[in-house]
Design a protein around this ligand. Sequence first.
Ligand code: PMP
Length: 419
Amino acid sequence: GKSRDMRVFERCESEVRSYCRSFPTKFHRASGYTMWDVDDNAYIDFFAGAGALNYGHNPPEMKDRLMRYLADDGVAHTLDMASEAKEAFLSSFEETILKPRELNYKVMFPGPTGTNSVESALKLARKATGRQTVMSFTNAFHGMTLGALAVTGNKFKRGGAGVPLHHAVSMPYDGYMGPDVNTLDYIESYLKDSGSGISLPAAAIVETLQGEGGINVASDKWLKGLADICKRYGMLLIVDDVQMGCGRTGTFFSFERCGIVPDIVCLSKSIGGYGLPMALTLIKPELDLWKPGEHNGTFRGNNLAFITAAEALNFWKTTRFAEEIADKSRFLRERLTDLVRKFTDFEGEARGLGMMQGIAFEPGIADRISRMAFERGLIMETSGTDGEVIKIMPPLTIDKDGLNRGLNVLEECLVEISK
Ligand code: PMP
């Protein structure tokens, strides 16, 4: 039988932990897109560690490399000292990712998590421009530390922290004011008119597709327009690719689809490859303004993460991986569109890009579906300000059969809920 002992579960989560409790079991083993709980029940993973497991659980090549490195007493942690593993990662990142895309960035290690990368980007933009505020967007999510929260467009996530909001200027994201309003016009009127009372921001920080915010996709045109506004008003453009990077939307960087070149890029989650904590901040060379030690942090030199991260880049050495993602993405979109058409009891909308897709429902439905899916062996989270969107984010390495079986579970849930 399935393990549903809530006492055990609550002990694992701890009493004070504020995180969701949607998946009441204990996991102990995982491979690819499958997780097993302690009673050996299998679950299809449509969550992928919130985007940290784009290459799946325990991908064999990374596991082998890591085990060999450990067996050889490879140095595990070196802070900001040079190491072979770090150098190998950096040169592969340059050759495999930056050069073929004609991108010229310096790579900074801001600390182990996504929010560390966001903090470093905000700090650097303020230093580089001498300006104080940063423009951010409705429904944005950028992390849990105070700077990142100040640019996060979600009151609940602030956790009652009384965030210094004067450091941020919140503006409407693409589509926020309805399909007929180009919010860039609205934004520009604020920037150019002294009657708005805002001073020019140091930067704009944006997700090209808002994951936590409810799978909101910004159009190519809007993103290009935003890049143009940044240029004209002397603002840096920061793309937060923490969740949408590393292939999630179909290309290594999410902004490749619209051809913009951000001044700063935040990467984390799947950059470590194996679920090991790691983050990068990519900066235009002219932004290399910090003296040694001006922005530091203990866990910036995790060589175990460098080992798996370098191995992960091998997925990107040819175009095959991106082609496979595109193929599976099309399949996913077709199935979701079909489901929305078939179950007319709810107003659903299929949305997203690449392997970051979902269905937006009227309030209350998505959460029920997520819990029902778990009972049937599918791990699937919700997103959106009111948790109204079912979020499908499997490992990018999932095969079509796994994808199909997961979607069949979703369909079963929709059948059940329409009864
Ligand atoms: N930015 C984005 C777009 C994210 O989705 C997240 C995490 N969900 C973060 C930043 C924060 O990353 P972390 O949780 O690793 O600090």
